[in-house]
Design a protein around this ligand. Structure first.
Ligand code: IPM
Ligand code: MG
Length: 368
């Protein structure tokens, strides 16, 4: 049987640097664990725009549809701020999400004990935190029509539309309930049913899917603004949170900061199963392209490496190997190894992006 295939789209800013470390990890799993992948690389974001005049070429889009998993670094940078909206780097990312129909975006917020003091919240509020935000990724206000900037009388009007069909809500709700069953068996659904009709429908559909298909899972509902407040007050009350595209964007950034550094958080974006049974999938760190530190070896590669761990778990059915990689990262952090974003008053061993990758590989070697 052919090796499973991975398409790497490193993108812009720190994307290529952190992806270099992921490639080392992929090579390690091939050499030491017999997990061979067919890896190809291509361009996305500003890097693609520079070559093709678009942030994602049709050829790259077609490749992404064929592979077992896409690994994406980050897109965007100040150089591209002046571009027309339709060719901005972010449009490449949004096209991948939409055309691959990656409707379930899994954003875990896990607090590694060794860096619990980096959170702006008190240690006991975040230590041991392990929650999963499931963000709907292919619909809602990000894609709803009508949209645009029009002129009405003597002024312009900016328009975006929040729109959700029942089936779009139902499928992401199912993803959340399935995940919850393998974790703490609790789902909290967040919307604004108090002001938005789409929120009323969201709440109804999530409740119905629960009652008819997942009555064993504990379900609660919360207004998204209160959810943001509760995430900061006592995040450990949550297990799985399911929410729409825009609220999920905001709430996942809030949850990210609970863990101490945005440089630590991975994500998986999953769609429907392909012919081989694997879900359509793209994995990417939650952080952006961080142009201010790009090219200086300062970036933390852990979010991107943890994204590959999610690929091992969700695309390649290698949960044990994913856990091995996560444990290696926890070990390195416990040993005080620190990229710049993790360097606090208590000190530690400062390392560059590539040294962090090497330390993780050494911890992987030690795990054998
Ligand atoms: C994210 C990002 C993206 C989003 C941007 C880069 C388009 O903020 O993945 O959270 O808004 O979805
Ligand atoms: Mg975001």
């Amino acid at each position: 049987m052919a090796n499973p295939s991975i398409l790497i789209l490193a993108g812009d800013g720190i994307g290529p640097e952190v992806m270099t470390e992921v490639k080392k990890i992929i090579t390690w799993f091939g050499a030491k664990r017999g997990l061979d992948f067919d890896v190809t690389e291509d361009l996305v974001g500003g890097a693609a725009y520079d070559v093709h005049g678009v942030p994602l070429s049709d050829a790259t889009m077609a490749k992404a549809q064929e592979v077992d998993a896409v690994l994406l670094g980050a897109v965007g940078g100040p150089k591209y701020d002046v571009l027309d909206f339709s060719v901005k780097p972010e449009r490449g990312l949004l096209r991948l999400r939409k055309e691959m129909d990656l409707y379930a975006n899994l954003r875990p917020a896990q607090c590694f004990d060794a860096i619990a003091d980096f959170s702006s919240l008190k240690r006991d509020v975040v230590a041991g935190l392990d929650i999963m935000i499931v963000r709907e990724l292919t619909s809602g206000i990000y894609f709803g029509e009508p949209r645009g900037i029009i002129t009405e009388g003597n002024e312009r009007v900016g328009i975006n539309t929040q729109r959700y069909t029942e089936s779009e809500i139902a499928r992401v709700a199912r993803s959340a309930f399935e995940l919850a069953r393998r974790r703490g068996n609790k789902v909290c659904s967040m919307e604004k049913a108090n002001v938005m009709e789409s929120g009323i429908l969201w709440r109804e559909v999530v409740q119905k899917i629960h009652d008819t298909e997942y009555p064993d899972v504990e379900l609660s509902h919360m207004y998204a603004d209160a959810g943001g407040m509760q995430l900061c007050r006592w995040p450990k009350q949550f297990d799985v949170i399911v929410t729409d595209n825009l609220f999920g964007d905001l709430l996942s950034d809030v949850a990210a900061m609970l863990t101490g550094s945005l440089g630590m958080l991975p994500s998986a974006s999953l769609g429907a199963p392909m012919a081989n049974g694997r879900p359509k999938a793209m994995y990417e760190p939650v952080h952006g392209s961080a142009p201010d530190i790009a090219g200086q070896g300062k970036a933390n590669p852990i979010a991107c490496i943890l994204s590959f761990a999610m690929a091992l778990r969700y695309s390649f059915d290698q949960g044990d190997e994913a856990a091995r990689l996560e444990a290696a990262i926890a070990k390195v952090l416990a040993d005080g190894v620190r990229t710049a974003d993790l360097m606090g008053p208590e000190g530690g061993t400062p390392v560059s992006t590539s040294e962090m990758g090497d330390k993780i590989i050494a911890a992987l070697d030690a795990s054998l």
